[in-house]
Design a protein around this ligand. Sequence first.
Ligand code: ZN
Length: 243
Amino acid sequence: MAGRGYRTEAVVLRSLRFGEADRILHLYTHDRGRVSAIAKGVRRARSRFGGRLEPFFRLRIELHEGRGELLTVTGAQTVEGHVGLRGDARALDAAARACDAVGRLFETSEPHPGVFNLLCRKLYLLDQHPASATRAAALAFRLKLLLAAGLAPQLGACAECGEREHLVGFSGAAGGVVCGACEGASFPLGEEAYRFMTGALGRALTEAPDASDRALGQVERAISATLEHHAHLRLIPAVGRLG
Ligand SMILES: [Zn+2]
């Protein structure tokens, strides 16, 4: 084949049926950010790839660059299959939402190894502790993604005037918390939501704080407002309705 090949680690974000026996994969790679690749013949019973080109697999992968944007998968070995999370509906749903958020926020081939590592840690955590599939954990993950994307909300002082006291609201347009005098275009952000955001940004995923539903609702709204204003992006809700 003409063109060039390279190897990198990758997480399968999505895997779509294509044609008779192929799959199109959306991959988040360590070295090349988000890429799409075709895996030929993968749906045949005797494919050399086996079942490993499925969502949430962490792979050591060989990709071949042709003329178009679509790469071709020429080899794949499993690093982590994440069997544990596949047996738990909530963990599976949380993994899908985590992968979706990464794919939307980091949709180019610009490499962000930190994002790759964060996604791997998130999937590992869901795999080892399916009960960690909480809304708080999902929002802590999203806050860390915002930080990696350079979109972390300003939390230390009013994003409009710099005031450090009486921070009562959040403004997506201003990019952070705002004080009582600047609260015009903001919505209320309580003390508990504020503490959750600073805690989640300052700690490891495994030590993410928890908060009440009310506070988490404010946090999710703050994340959404930040993304809409600064990235023109809307994410699916952090958790689904699985009962
Ligand atoms: Zn202010």
